[in-house]
Design a binder for this molecule. Sequence first.
Ligand code: NIG
Ligand code: FE
Length: 406
Amino acid sequence: MPVIRNASFVATCPDDSVQANVGLVEHGTVVWEGDSILWVGPEASLPSEYHSLEQIDVRGAGVIPGLIDCHTHLAFGGWREGEFEQRILGVSYLEIAQRGGGILSTVEKTRIASEESLLALCRDRLREMNQLGVTTVECKSGYGLDRETELKILRVYKKAQQLEPTNIISTYLGAHTVPQEFRHDRKSYIQLVLELAEQIASETLASFCDIFIEESAFTVIEAREILTHALQQGLQVKVHSDQLSNLGGTQMAAELGALSADHLEQISQQGIDALKRSGTVAVSLPLASLYTFQPPLDARKLIQCEVPVAVATDFNPGSAPSSHLPLALLLACTLNRMTPAEALKGATIYAARALGIASERGSIEPGKKADICVLTTPNVEHWLYNFGEARCQLTIVNGSVAFSRM
Ligand code: NIG
Ligand code: FE
């Protein structure tokens, strides 16, 4: 049973509707047993029965819940740095896709990658994220777009969960775009997406079904059909909506009870109102706005309208080729106008809500899983303001040390 000593603060990140409230405990401490948190509060009030426990002296560092990256496309073959250069020179993300680049070029490389090689890549990527304090990662399929490869990707996530400490939540994204071989027969592809959703749900290979609603991907009508079917199979739903254009996908997702709507750079007031009514979490992906030269989401407006805003990396080889969640949080501050406290809640308890796991993870409270990150910073604001490398000293997942530089 370990106890943290000499922390400058513990930000507990309670699950309330005030995004700026990180539940700060100055000179706080945390006690856990096995994988569960037993006690949190000021070190001066630590009950005497905990005084003789195994002590972890963090020497003035701060303590936050383990970070949750609630939107990644973790498994993919190859990279697309050529497109990065083309975008810098003025070619748009959509034009690149129309020229045969974009998602479909990664699909080609992912189809030929072996299951073993994808697993090795995912394990390296998860370890790297773990060193930044990330303890839970949502992982999407969507670079297979055929039965064999979509299942291969989801099996890779299942194996990675057995081999790595990080908590993984898997999402089926067969509706990422229409693959080349079906480009003249969308209906048949949608039929395949529906069949696969059934198989994936019955084999519990994913918890969520996601869809990319965009002119280059799927319409709102198609999305409604696919997501309704997924819900009937017992999958929860989320969407990529309002990224490059506003098609009304966010309202449809809210109506279906989606746990999150992600991207949202082009969200309308109707979209914001719909999210507020349904309690759907808005997920900001500022790395994607940065890399695609898109005007960023105005998260300030959403927060003022009492919509919870999570922040994630969107890690993928095209629009967001970085898995650095703290960097995404810095960008959430500077591009989306979230305060550091709001950004922290966005990558902890609100990210947990976006994944339907807020009763188990995302905050430091008795009864929750002991997912904890120790950071060398005097306070939450300073962490994202004086942005630097190697801030994370210790990552605890399910009560065990997953990474330490202490
Ligand atoms: O979330 N928006 C759609 N899908 C990904 C990008 C995928 C890619 O470019 O390969 C995203 O940004
Ligand atoms: Fe994405």
